[in-house]
Design a protein around this ligand. Sequence first.
Ligand SMILES: N[C@@H](CCC(=O)N[C@@H](CS)C(=O)NCC(=O)O)C(=O)O
Length: 207
Amino acid sequence: MKLYCSANSPYARKARVIALELGIGSRIELVDTDPRDPASGYWNINPLAKIPSLQTDDGNILFDSPVICEFLDAECGSGRLSTSPMRNAWQVKGLAALADGTMDAAMLVRLELMRPENERSPTDMAKQMAIAQRGFDRLETLLAGQDDTPDLGTIAAECCISWVMFRHPGVDWLGGRPALSAWHDRMSHRESMRLTAPGQSLSWTGK
Ligand SMILES: N[C@@H](CCC(=O)N[C@@H](CS)C(=O)NCC(=O)O)C(=O)O
């Protein structure tokens, strides 16, 4: 299989973490991809010009990240990350959707910040920041007191938290959220998380 991705994409990181948790990293080639580069030919792979995309062994192209994550877990993990002792399948999906939506809001702010200042909308940035903050509040409630058991929801949550902190370092995301802070501390120490943390090179070993 081939995963079109980049070192710091939080959406792609979910798939990389899942592959490590399932022990199938050696079956997936990581293809460093700039989804904005028209010369790369990537738009023929994913017309939506987003990463990640997964090319499966039988040549299908899958996107977007929730589809890829479910595919990997169903095909290579017999669905073991789709429920957990703490959550049924719908609760896992709900937690993953919350994390993805929180990431989406923080991503929109980052994209605005990458534009020239006179093209930014402070109103929209404030609105998206407020969404991200409410997402973190809900994560604080849902993850309070939980351990580091991986499922598709907790993996998405940790990828969300660490990316938002990485890209928006001026905000104290865990201040006033002690339960989320304690959970993040536990979850971020899993090997799959350490090897894929933002700011490292793109490889299965994090080096
Ligand atoms: N809903 C998509 C979102 C993926 C996404 O937004 N990826 C970002 C990179 S982290 C991207 O490719 N953005 C395109 C761009 O910035 O032009 C998913 O879950 O896969």
